[in-house]
Design a protein around this ligand. Structure first.
Ligand SMILES: [Zn+2]
Length: 279
């Protein structure tokens, strides 16, 4: 009776643990260890085979022809130069969506050497402001073309990009996350709180047919990063230089925000009047 109980325990152990190992070798080693503790090899042979089969199934490379569809096969079978030529005709939103369709396409598009594809795609979008200095191409495309809130991860009808914070979120999360500017600034280090060092933004608090009311806000997470950087500096000269550098960066970011707001207004106007043929 005792032997039966041990075999059942062993079986559970093999089935549960084998598929989670990193390599087939580890799998075999663990299975062997379990076998060594058993009373009968014959009792457990089918169980071990099942564990190995399960392991192989969970770690095998999917076949491109059966599991990845047409786009997966395109990335897998068509010469890379041809795939690139197709990519050059797209916009960054198309590239983002393509990168999610298969592992091969993602590997191609997210490779650093594919930056030219993203750059070309960005230039296919009429008058789009240039890539911000602190974002890479896929990050810029993600902010621009995705529609889910980066806080609650829900797809909302209206998700605004807060360019000064590099965040896209819904109104509810924005109101919950970003503190009102006056209160926010009062908690920042006196050395730079009013020196236009910290990025600030605006959140729509009321929006109807007649008017749109916005509130100026800050971002606590960014402020904490700034404070940590500032406090690491030990000399007043280093701190002055840091403030000066951050002011310049904030100025560049503000300028980009203005360019983007102008571009978006124009795009919405063109869409409204049926004059938009790109993007
Ligand atoms: Zn949200």
């Amino acid at each position: 009776m005792a032997m039966v109980r041990r075999s059942v325990r062993l079986r559970d152990k093999v089935i549960l643990k084998a598929p989670t190992h990193d390599t087939p070798n580890n799998c075999r080693k663990r299975v062997k260890e379990n076998i060594a503790g058993s009373d009968s090899d014959d009792d457990n042979e089918p169980t071990i085979r099942r564990a190995r089969k399960k392991y192989k199934k969970s770690h095998s490379k999917p076949k491109a022809t059966r599991t990845q569809g047409l786009l997966g096969r395109l990335a897998h079978d068509v010469p890379l130069e041809v795939v690139f030529e197709i990519f050059y005709l797209l916009n960054p939103g198309d590239l983002l969506r393509l990168a999610r369709t298969s592992r091969d396409l993602r590997r191609i598009l997210m490779n650093k050497t594919s930056e030219i594809i993203w750059r070309t795609a960005r230039k296919n979008v009429k008058d789009l402001p240039p890539l911000p200095h602190d974002l890479n191409e896929p990050q810029y495309a993600d902010l621009l073309y995705e529609s889910y809130c980066q806080f609650c991860h829900e797809h909302k009808k209206r998700c605004d990009v807060h360019w000064s914070f590099r965040i896209r979120c819904c109104k509810k999360c924005a109101l919950k996350t970003f503190p009102p500017l006056i209160k926010f600034l009062s908690k920042q280090p006196a050395a730079y709180r009013y020196l236009d060092v910290l990025p600030t933004g605006g959140v729509i608090v009321s929006d109807n047919q007649d008017y749109c009311m916005m509130e100026s806000v800050g971002n606590n997470e960014i402020a904490e990063q700034f404070r940590a950087e500032f406090e690491m500096l030990r000399t007043s000269k280093a701190r002055r230089e840091w403030i000066s550098r951050k002011q310049e960066e904030a100025q560049v970011t503000r300028e980009h925000c203005r360019m983007f707001a102008k571009w978006l207004d124009k795009r919405l106007w063109e869409r409204k009047h049926g004059r938009q043929d790109v993007c």
